[in-house]
Design a protein around this ligand. Structure first.
Ligand code: CP
Length: 316
């Protein structure tokens, strides 16, 4: 098993073999969530703290479920109601939590690089559940798991990511993961929402296209991003209605993609802003399948970081 890391900080630093090892393990762990008793003792005795400095529904619940299904003991912390409001620093908070002898810290934080900073002085394993505009590795892994279940291989496949690329940690992690495994990536969105030097992101770079119909014309999958108003300092487009008119993925827009092209969205969705109702609920959407795969991916990440190796006894 080519995975021997202490932390999961992002996909940029992982090799194709390491990403594949996580996806392989996730495929194995997925079956546990189909059982009447959804629990194995793989992480019995391990203690995990989930620290969420930003709101979350999917990531937080799915990490908590993954921990429970692996029999770990877990505690969860939200910024609201904690001593952060009394001025405690991130480092002090996490060192206090570590002093309670936790083995792993799952954290979402608004600052890009917060996890790498903590990795300098924590003994616990750190798992990035989203850091600012930087990376959201487990989201990209669950997206890739969903794609791999259909495609078997990424070689020659085309993925178009549409929306607020500049503020999207999901886009960055997907670009790193997909390009490392051999897929080609096109990004599409308003010029005001493209990061500087976007063309050189990922392994070998990405294609930039501002016309949404042209961007999806040869896509095998499209991944639609939420417009992250909370991260924008000023208005980057005239109105929500104009954004939907130009970049919103409606049934008409989707008709320009190949028939086999599937639709992904990391959630939470803003229906009527970046995605039309009929696309969100349509036959080509795999959005809830992504959520299901999220639990398996997080089980795999926790298990591998804890030094686990999959053998016959792991899943009983
Ligand atoms: N995809 C995602 O990160 O969703 P949450 O913000 O609900 O965790």
């Amino acid at each position: 098993m080519p995975f021997n890391r202490k932390h999961l900080l992002g996909l940029e630093e992982l090799s194709a073999e390491e990403i594949t090892a996580i996806l392989d393990a996730a495929d194995t762990f997925k079956e546990i969530s189909e059982r009447p008793i959804k629990k194995v003792p793989a992480l019995r005795g391990k203690t995990i703290a989930n620290l969420f400095y930003e709101p979350s529904t999917r990531t937080r619940l799915s990490f908590e479920l993954a921990e429970k299904r692996l029999s770990a003991d877990s505690v969860s912390f939200s910024k609201q109601g904690s001593s952060v409001s009394k001025g405690e620093t991130l480092r002090d908070t996490v060192e206090n939590i570590q002093a309670m002898k936790v083995d792993m810290v799952v954290m979402r934080h608004q600052s890009s690089g917060a996890h790498r900073f903590l990795a300098n002085f924590l003994d616990a394993s750190i798992i990035n559940a989203g850091d600012g505009q930087h990376e959201h590795p487990t989201q990209a892994l669950l997206d890739m798991m969903t794609l791999r279940q259909r495609w078997k291989t990424f070689a020659g496949k085309r993925v178009t990511i549409i929306g607020d690329i500049m503020h999207s940690r999901v886009a960055r992690s997907n670009i790193w993961g997909l390009t490392k495994l051999g897929a080609s990536v096109t990004v599409c969105g308003p010029a005001t929402m493209m990061p500087a030097s976007v063309e050189s992101l990922g392994e070998g770079g990405v294609t930039v296209e501002h016309d949404v119909r042209a961007a999806i014309a040869e896509a095998d999958a499209i991944n639609i991003l939420r417009v992250q108003l909370e991260r924008q300092k000023g208005r980057l487009f005239p109105s929500m209605r104009e954004y939907f008119d130009v970049f919103g993925v409606t049934a008409e827009v989707l008709s320009h993609a190949p028939e086999h092209c599937i639709v992904m969205h990391p959630g939470p969705m803003n229906r009527g802003v970046e995605i039309g109702q009929e696309v969100a609920d349509g036959d080509r959407a795999v959005i809830l399948e992504q959520v299901t795969n999220g639990v398996a991916v997080r089980m795999a990440v926790l298990f591998l970081l804890a030094g686990g190796s999959l053998d016959a006894g792991t899943l009983q």
